[in-house]
Design a protein around this ligand. Structure first.
Ligand SMILES: NC(=O)C1=CN([C@@H]2O[C@H](COP(=O)(O)OP(=O)(O)OC[C@H]3O[C@@H](n4cnc5c(N)ncnc54)[C@H](OP(=O)(O)O)[C@@H]3O)[C@@H](O)[C@H]2O)C=CC1
Ligand SMILES: O=C(O)C1=N[C@H](C(=O)O)C[C@H](O)C1
Length: 240
């Protein structure tokens, strides 16, 4: 595929390095400081798909611009989901293609799957166990909690009814799921779910060793999306 990269930071550079091995050609880079190209410079005649990893404040505008240009867009930016319904509506109105994942790593998507299974199973033992989450990321991360943590929290809330809401701090009531955030050095991304009783702790943990897993998943999605109108996520791609 001829891909354009929107955002040329940590993820943009990793995507550019891995794209050729996935059979993609980078035909454009759009970044607010590191390039002079704009999304409006591209059309389906010059690019097959855009991959967007920028910032919570810019992601929605970038997604809209891609859809208006008729470009299928794979978006990994987090922290903008309060606009997601609007993005979906625009995608449907224009007959476009949008792929969003809070985390493109195959391992994290298996983690999401196991998390939901464990939450449903632990619901039988909700009287004895409390559950909490922690996400740990590098000090440059601007959004909190991480998009991945929010997806995992939704998976718990949907399957463990003792928790009805989440709080990005220690829980203040039994029905609150604590989703704790730590920012430490250059940690790529670690997510933990812990069920704690008086007797023991059961823990599910994913630790990313590099950004290559995120980039590989996004490049896979970029190969899959063109020609598929609609709004998609990793479950569609991986059949989970
Ligand atoms: N879904 C997933 O699997 C993953 C998601 N992410 C998410 O992706 C996003 C980017 O992460 P990361 O690459 O680490 O962040 P970086 O800060 O390293 O890179 C972001 C890049 O986007 C640029 N940028 C900011 N605003 C715009 C804009 N309006 N148009 C074009 N480019 C812009 C920044 O430019 P400048 O520096 O000049 O401001 C920077 O080069 C974050 O939201 C992060 O949470 C990250 C990893 C995996
Ligand atoms: O900002 C990051 O680095 C990451 N962001 C994503 C998130 O918010 O979940 C995915 C990954 O954890 C890395």
């Amino acid at each position: 595929m001829r891909i354009i990269l929107i955002g040329y930071g940590k993820m943009g550079h990793t995507l550019a390095a891995l794209a050729p091995a996935h059979g993609h050609e980078v035909v454009g880079i759009v970044d607010q400081h590191a390039s002079t190209q704009r999304i409006e410079d591209f059309t389906p005649a010059t690019a097959d798909v855009a991959i967007e990893f920028t910032h919570p404040e810019s992601a929605f505008e970038n997604v809209k611009a891609c859809l208006r240009q008729g470009l299928p867009v794979v978006c990994g930016s987090t922290g903008w989901l309060h606009h997601f319904e609007e993005a979906k509506a625009l995608c449907q109105e224009l007959g476009g293609s949008l792929f969003y994942a809070s985390n493109f790593s195959v391992g994290v998507n298996l983690f999401f799957h196991f998390n939901e299974y464990i939450a449903a199973k632990m619901n039988q033992f909700a009287a004895g166990y409390d559950v909490q989450m922690t996400e740990i990321h590098h000090i440059h991360k601007v959004d909190q909690p991480s998009g991945t943590a929010l997806t995992a929290a939704q998976g718990i809330l949907a399957n463990f009814p003792a928790k009805t809401t989440w709080r990005n701090a220690p829980a203040q009531a039994p029905e609150e799921l604590a989703v704790l955030s730590e920012r430490r050095g250059e940690v790529v991304g670690t997510h933990e779910v812990r069920y704690v009783s008086a007797a023991d702790t059961i823990e599910l943990r994913h630790e990313a060793h590099s950004r290559e897993g995120f980039a590989a998943g996004a490049l896979l999605a970029a190969g899959w999306l063109p020609g598929r109108p609609g709004v998609f996520g990793m479950n569609d791609l991986l059949g989970l």
